[in-house]
Design a binder for this molecule. Structure first.
Ligand SMILES: Cc1ncc(COP(=O)(O)O)c(C=O)c1O
Length: 358
């Protein structure tokens, strides 16, 4: 029997009143901004990570997925019951698969056959028609993006959402991610950094923060080995050096996409982050903060840490925590895989206990 005595306080610190969302798509965005205590203490800066892994599809790409589909609807490119086709390394596909089920569309995903099995399985479980194709350069007509475009053109009531060059992707971050970061920091933000895949996130957030701060907020592009963005920015747009590779998935780029082009002049600097630093940060954040991140997010946090050192104490730096490690755990926590990438040595001895898979 309930005694009638209150077992709870009237204003619980765990409760903030948010209204019910309009379906799954209404639950995209409005993610928490997490203060990373250990790194903030070490640098004397506030280092904040936008917890995009808390989106319903588990990544930052839910935002772009919703915006490109709604853009196609607005332009009359897709009618009820139609098919959404995309070339994606995984997370955009997962976001699109969720959005397509929620809106009653079919979803066809072309991807390079180098992607993790966890991502492929999840896409299939979400009802998508997954088509892994050989990983060839963008210039090759059989690149997964070109195959996606051709397929969409070959059937009725279908749209190729074209995440790389469809600026509705960047618009998602101008209209949602940027304003959220500005509101969550009360405008007290000095620097923003993250890596680029399509560059929708980096360009959209940079554009918004630059406009709101009259150019005061600094923006640094973070880049993995093998990507051209770092060299392009460092050389003032003169160099596009290819070559090299990285363990990160979803980031790294061989060209300047239409999502990045309009805003590249706003970028203040670039940071190249080595895989050894990324993997060490991934394990450190798990151990010290309890945050379980994918490699692109760990790379972003290394970039935020380096940016804090460059800008100096007292500054507030924001980066993106794009997705969790769940989709990559068979690699990131496998001794064999880490050895194959020559990364075992990058993980400090006291963190080796997290390498739980053979
Ligand atoms: C894990 C992960 N991180 C980062 C990104 C990059 O985001 P954007 O395409 O907005 O540059 C992606 C894109 O697919 C991703 O999957």
């Amino acid at each position: 029997m309930l005694s009638g005595r209150r077992l709870y306080s009237v204003a619980s610190r765990f409760v903030t009143a948010t209204k019910p969302t309009d379906g799954l798509v209404g639950a995209i965005g409005n993610t928490p901004l997490i203060r990373i205590g250990s790194l903030s203490k070490e640098t004397g800066c506030e280092i904040l990570g936008k917890a995009e892994f808390m989106n319903p599809g588990g990544s930052v790409k839910d935002r772009a997925a919703l915006f490109v589909v709604e853009d196609a609807e607005r332009k009359g490119l897709i009618k009820p019951g139609g098919t959404v086709v995309e070339g994606t390394a995984g997370n955009t596909g997962i976001g699109l698969a969720h959005v397509c089920r929620a809106k009653g569309y079919k979803c066809v995903i072309y991807m390079p056959n180098t992607q993790s099995q966890e991502k492929i399985d999840l896409l299939k479980m979400l009802g998508a028609d997954v088509r892994p194709v050989p990983a060839v350069a963008f210039e090759n007509p059989d690149n997964y993006n070109h195959q996606a475009k051709r397929f969409a053109e070959s059937i009725d009531n279908a749209v190729w959402t074209n995440q790389f060059d469809n600026t509705a992707n960047r618009q998602a971050h101008i209209e949602t991610t940027g304003p959220e970061i500005w509101a969550q920091t009360g405008g007290k933000i000095d620097g923003f950094t993250c890596a680029t895949g399509t560059a929708g996130t980096f360009a959209g957030v940079t554009r918004y923060l630059k406009e709101m701060s009259d150019g005061r907020v600094k923006s640094f592009a973070a880049d993995p080995p093998g990507s051209v963005i770092y060299g392009y920015i460092k050389s003032g747009g003169k160099e596009m050096i290819r070559g090299g590779s990285s363990i990160t998935e979803g980031i790294g780029q061989g060209r300047i996409t239409a999502n990045l082009q309009p805003d590249i002049h706003l970028v203040d600097d670039a940071l190249k982050i080595e895989d050894a630093d990324t993997i060490a940060m991934l394990y450190r954040l798990l151990d010290e903060e309890g945050i379980y991140l994918g490699a692109s997010s760990a790379l972003n946090v290394v970039a935020a840490y380096q940016m804090a050192k460059i800008l100096g104490p007292g500054k507030t730096i924001v980066t993106m925590l794009c997705d969790g490690a769940y989709r990559y755990q068979s690699r990131l926590f496998s001794r064999k895989w880490l050895e194959s990438k020559d990364l075992i040595g990058a993980i400090p001895k006291h963190l080796e206990k997290y390498i739980v898979l053979a």
